[in-house]
Write a protein that binds this ligand. Structure first.
Ligand SMILES: Cc1cc2nc3c(=O)[nH]c(=O)nc-3n(C[C@H](O)[C@H](O)[C@H](O)COP(=O)(O)O)c2cc1C
Length: 365
């Protein structure tokens, strides 16, 4: 059997291996979402460091969706040229890069956007900075179209594909959640209705980028919230995405409100704690025929190989280990197969809020 570190096709993407840099907000753009020099250098170092694919940090499709400061923007045609330069630099290093598209919904932050957050319903949730305004049908139509246009810009800017952020309690994930989505129209209630916004976004994106362009989705397998979106919902969502022509699904879990089961769990200090969404990925993979990836706590090549051998996932994504060691995949390939040096302390988030963006605060020197 081929190794996860061998060349592979994931959907329509030919990659050097099955290791993906999962979307990681970097805080390395200007306030309008245009990349600063540091971002291109970071992506170059990841491509040189051996990952098969880089997924960018979340890029807002509309200003009202901004959350953490200095993230990427894909809301304006003015950004096509600077991103074209950036993708050219990654390609020159032999890398592949996909743009993650998102809207923060109720988790959007007025401090970044200057606008009131909007969401499927005006519910107060612990992870929301303020009670969001309930979206009208017109808002829904407008944002579906915004996702489509943003995907078109990413394609024009030379990205190898787009990934829709349908996880972690942001707008698409809020529509999926019976806790965040209390609508009584055709976008709320039964799972078939809660899936409607995501399906419309997928369709708008497809119609904008054409049938051949890679479109991936990051999807929670479970929100880990009482009365919230569950694995059963996720399986339905994955089947819908396959029907809508999505190329691959990356399975994550949790929202900022999920306590110890947030998407980026702390203290992954043993192989037993690694791959904490493996069961969710396995269940999603059993339900669909398209490639399914796994993110969350991957730290050891032996664990990755074991999951691959068992057929529980087709690609393997990491975020924090690659902040500390952008050359991790190359290190493993060179024979040093010791686990990632990342200690999962999440200090990289707060470092990202300072000038210069994310960095590992635990690494010496
Ligand atoms: C600093 C930081 C920023 C992140 N930004 C994003 C993001 O923009 N989009 C996203 O889908 N996930 C984001 N995540 C979550 C990661 O993609 C990933 O799901 C999570 O960190 C678990 O993987 P890991 O254990 O390999 O870090 C971020 C994580 C970190 C640590």
């Amino acid at each position: 059997m081929a190794s996860p570190f061998d060349r592979a096709a994931i959907g329509r993407l030919e990659l050097a291996n099955r290791i993906v840099r999962s979307a990681t907000w970097e805080g390395m753009c200007d306030e309008k979402g245009a990349p600063r020099e540091g971002l291109a250098s970071l992506y170059e170092s990841l491509a040189e460091g051996g990952v098969g694919l880089v997924v960018t940090g979340y890029a807002f499709v509309h200003e009202g969706g901004m959350q953490l400061p200095n993230g990427l923007g894909m809301h304006s045609d003015a950004l096509i040229a600077p991103f074209k330069e950036l993708t050219g630099r990654v390609h020159a290093k032999g890398g592949r890069i996909v743009a993650q598209l998102f809207h923060g919904g109720g988790q959007a932050n007025r401090k970044s956007s200057g606008l009131s957050p909007i969401a499927p319903s005006a519910v107060s949730l612990p992870q929301y900075p303020e009670v969001p305004v309930e979206m009208t049908r017109e808002d829904i139509r407008h944002l579906v179209a915004s996702f489509g246009r943003a995907a078109g810009r990413a394609k024009n800017a030379g990205f190898d594909g787009v990934q829709l952020h349908g996880a972690h309690g942001y707008l698409i994930s809020q529509f999926l959640s019976p806790q965040a989505n209390r609508r009584i129209d055709e976008y709320g209630g039964a799972i078939v209705n809660r899936l409607r916004f995501m399906a419309e976004v997928a369709r708008a994106v497809r119609s904008e980028v054409g049938g051949e362009y890679p479109v991936w989705v990051k999807l929670n397998g479970d929100d880990f919230l009482p009365g919230g979106y569950s694995l059963e919902d996720a399986v339905e969502a994955a089947r819908t995405l396959e029907r809508e022509g999505i190329d691959a699904i990356e399975v994550s879990g949790g929202t900022p409100a999920s306590g110890e089961r947030t998407p980026a769990r702390a203290g992954i200090d043993s192989t037993e704690k690694e791959a904490y969404h493996r069961g969710l990925a396995r269940a999603v993979k059993r339900a669909v025929g398209i490639p399914v990836g796994l993110v969350g706590g991957l730290r050891s090549p032996s664990v990755i190989e074991d999951i691959h051998r068992a057929g529980d996932a087709d690609f393997f994504s990491m975020a924090r280990p690659l902040i500390r060691e952008p050359g991790l995949v190359k290190r493993w390939a060179s024979g040093d197969r010791s686990r990632a040096a990342c200690i999962s302390c999440n200090g990289c988030f707060s470092a990202g809020l300072k000038e210069g963006g994310i960095r590992c605060v635990a690494a010496r020197g």
